[in-house]
Design a protein around this ligand. Structure first.
Ligand code: SAM
Length: 282
């Protein structure tokens, strides 16, 4: 039996593999793995990105927390990265007028459409515009265009490295409409604390509200994963629970039950363990 392993600081994930396909693009190496435990798995430059079995956790938490926080409905949303389509699929459940998805590697989108039809289902929607370019360049020079920006990128190495800087966050602040918010995936507070803290510190230099939140993703390093919400005033912990409950009920009536995000998770995900607060000097 073949086995794929992803190591992080001397420990890691190992999965039994029944089949694999490898591609090299101008941006990264892509592995498509058929695994026993997690179904099909997308790996970029050796790092697990998404799997059939646990993708719902990441894609629900990176989208529904900001979308149920903004006061008005989201008309225009920007996704940077997101090549597998899972973030777009969840965003469409909020009936936005338009989604711009800026994915640097066309090959990731084409392969995801073929190999992950459930995850990539939203990429065919007429409201979705896919721009095959560098998200860092795309945001330059734009002003007040988006209600929500989601940075659904890979680890801060290779093409994603530019998506974790203070300068990038300053450009994001400019392209947000009044009352808008951003969310970025912000690595593992347990096994990638330096990257996690870099996001937290850089966002704090640009936005007045910065709140990391957690989700449990078995195929990510240590399983303890984070996202970080940022805005100039909007606070995800300040939402009215009844209003969110009503919005969730409406969404689930039209699109089916969510499997991870719910009202308790909306608030509970922001509870940080003591060691994280201590290391963040919070
Ligand atoms: N949605 C997945 C998950 O569940 O974790 C992971 C994210 S997705 C596969 C990450 C994407 O970010 C990749 O497709 C990669 O090509 C893209 N990416 C990396 N750097 C980028 C950049 N500078 N601009 C746009 N897209 C970028």
């Amino acid at each position: 039996m073949l086995r794929f392993t992803e190591m992080m600081n001397g420990a890691g994930l190992a999965v039994d593999v029944n089949g694999s396909k490898r591609y090299k693009t101008p941006f990264q190496e892509i592995l498509l793995l058929e695994t026993e435990a997690f179904g099909k798995m997308l790996v970029l430059d050796g790092a697990v990105q998404t799997t059939d079995i646990d993708e719902f956790v990441y894609h629900e938490m990176i989208t529904h927390v900001p979308l149920f926080t903004i006061e008005k409905s989201a008309e225009k949303v920007l996704v940077i990265g997101g090549g597998d389509g899972g973030t777009v699929r969840e965003l469409l459940k909020h009936n936005p007028l338009k989604i711009d998805m800026v994915e640097i590697d066309r090959e990731v989108v084409e392969l995801s459409k073929k190999e992950f039809p459930k995850i990539a289902s939203g990429l065919y929607d007429e409201r979705v515009n896919i721009h095959f370019e560098d998200g860092r360049e795309f945001v330059k020079g734009k002003e007040s265009e988006y209600d929500v920006v989601i940075i659904d990128c890979s680890d801060p190495v290779g093409p994603s490295a530019v998506l974790f800087s203070e300068e990038f966050y300053k450009d994001l602040k400019k392209i947000l409409k009044e009352g808008g918010a951003i969310v970025t995936q912000s690595e593992s507070p347990f096994s990638q604390f330096v990257s996690f803290k870099t996001v937290f510190s850089n966002l704090n230099k640009v936005f007045s509200v910065v709140r990391p939140y957690l989700a449990f993703i078995p195929t990510y390093p240590s399983g303890m994963w984070s996202f970080t919400f940022a805005s100039d005033g909007l606070d995800p912990l300040g939402v009215n629970p009844e209003t969110v409950m009503e919005k969730i009920a409406l969404l689930e009536k039209e699109h089916g039950a969510l499997e991870y995000y719910n009202l308790e998770m909306h608030f509970g995900a922001f509870a940080m363990p003591g060691f994280v607060n201590k290391k963040l000097n919070r």
